[in-house]
Write a protein that binds this ligand. Structure first.
Ligand SMILES: [Zn+2]
Length: 255
């Protein structure tokens, strides 16, 4: 419920960039450029996970300002980042179904909305602009509310989440599971387990905004796909036009 009062406060107090505090109605171009997506692909078991960057430096500040600070003016920047991650997975494909991981009641209460579902919807809109037929199918449900994950280690997280999700419907076409942060991969692994239990589907992988630096597998593989040149061109042009970053600056492998 932060949206309306933030908008009202902006009217009274004057709007500013949520990252540097400079004047403006949304993130300023220099701030957005500082955190432009640098997609890389990591693996959780056999699952390729494309992330738009690592959870460190200005990108970490931006993520926390958006997620914890409730800066909805960063929604489009975050959607741009997730779209960049999704695009590294779909290669030459022209369609994708985004399946958001389900939010806990605690998360919805704290954030005032279903952050990941809203992010998926905004991401699908951006993908559509560059010619990808992207749709959001929120088919995953929580069958129980898992404990707060923050203080839990890798094994405790996996145990906490095991069997916590079910798939309510069968998404068709190539699927990418989406979440905001990759920490140990337990959430994504549970999401894929629940989806696979519904039947054989084409799961291309998962995509997140950032990967936690400490929770990451030490070795990451470069993506096997790149953007089709026309899509890549349009995606970068869109980023520059809207001031949400300089677009996909290419892939790199985490050392
Ligand atoms: Zn700024």
């Amino acid at each position: 419920m932060r949206g309306w009062w933030q908008a009202a406060a902006d009217l009274v107090l004057g709007a500013c960039c949520p990252l540097c505090g400079g004047p403006g109605l949304r993130p300023c171009r220099p701030c957005a450029a500082t955190i432009a997506p640098e997609p890389l692909v990591q693996h959780v078991g056999d699952l390729p996970v494309a992330v738009a960057g690592l959870h460190e430096g200005p990108r970490r500040d931006a993520l926390l300002t958006w997620k914890v600070g409730g800066a909805a003016t960063l929604d489009e920047v975050m959607a741009h980042h997730l779209a960049a991650a999704v695009l590294t997975l779909i290669g030459d494909g022209s369609s994708v179904t985004l399946v958001p991981v389900p939010s806990t009641r605690r998360s919805r209460r704290e954030r005032g909305r279903d952050l990941v579902s809203d992010l998926a919807t905004a991401t699908a809109r951006r993908l559509a602009v560059v010619g990808v037929d992207a749709r959001v199918r929120p088919v995953l449900r929580l069958v129980r509310q898992p404990r707060d994950q923050h203080a839990l280690g890798r094994e405790e997280r996996a145990h906490n989440l095991a069997g916590s999700m079910r798939c309510a419907a069968f998404p068709t076409g190539p699927v990418v599971v989406v979440d905001d942060v990759l920490t140990t991969g337990s959430t994504l692994a549970e999401a894929v387990r629940a989806l696979s239990a519904e039947g054989a589907m084409e799961i291309l992988g998962a995509a997140t905004l950032v990967a936690a630096v400490e929770g990451c597998p030490p070795v990451a593989s470069p993506p096997t796909h790149g953007l089709r040149s026309k899509q890549a061109e349009r995606f970068r042009a869109l980023a520059v036009e809207q001031g949400v970053g300089h677009g996909n600056r290419g892939h790199r492998t985490q050392q």
